[in-house]
Ligand binder design. Sequence first.
Ligand code: URA
Length: 217
Amino acid sequence: MSQETLGVLGDLRRYLEKQRDFGLHAVPGRPAQSDLSKLDQKLQGCKVCSLSQGRRQVVFGSGNPNADLMFVGEAPGAEEDRQGLPFVGAAGQLLTKMIESIGLRREDVYIANVIKCRPPGNRDPEPAEVASCEPFLKQQIDLIEPSIICTLGRFAAQTLLQTSESMGRLRGRLFAYEGIKLVPTYHPAALLRNQQWKRPTWEDLQMLRREYDGAEF
Ligand code: URA
C-alpha cells in the first residue's frame, strides 16, 4: 500500500473516530455527549500552560462518551500529538489488546490522559502542568460518569489518588476516586519494556473485569 493510501486511510479512521465520539452511543439519562464535545472544542485553543507552545494538537480523549469503563494515561506522545487521539502509538496497540483480553472493544470504553498536550521530548509533566490540566480531566470524568476507572501507570494513579506510593504498592488493589471504583495497573509502555510486569497486569485486568461485571450501571 502506498504512503498516500496509508495517509488517506489514517485520515478516514480519525474522521470516523471523531464522528463516533460525537455522534453515537447516546443513552437517555447519561451525560449529553454534546457537553463532552463542547469541552473538547473549548480545550482545543487552551493556552493555560506552556505545553501549548510545543504541541501540534490537544489530545482530548476518544471512545464511547457513555462508557462504563474509562482508562486514564499520562500524556500524549509523538504519535498522539500528530493524530490528535490518545494511545495510538505502540503503547496504544498494546492497550487495545489489553482491553480485548477482558472481552471488551476499544470503542466500548473511553480513553483519556491526565495531561492533554504532549510534554516536549516526552518528559514527565511538571506539577504546574498537572495543576492546570487535571480540572479538565475531572470535568471529562463528570460528563462520562464511568462506573470504573483504570489508571495506566504511576503518574495517573498518583495524580488521581493524590498519593506518592509506588506502582508496585498501588497495583492489585481497588480504590475509589470520588465515588468511582479505581483499579491502577502498569502503563502499556512500561509493559513493552518490562516483561515481568505482564503477569501482575493480567491479574489487575482480571480484577478490573470482575469489578466491571459487579458494577451497577
Ligand atoms: N502514553 C500515554 O500515557 N498516553 C498516550 O496517549 C500515549 C502514550
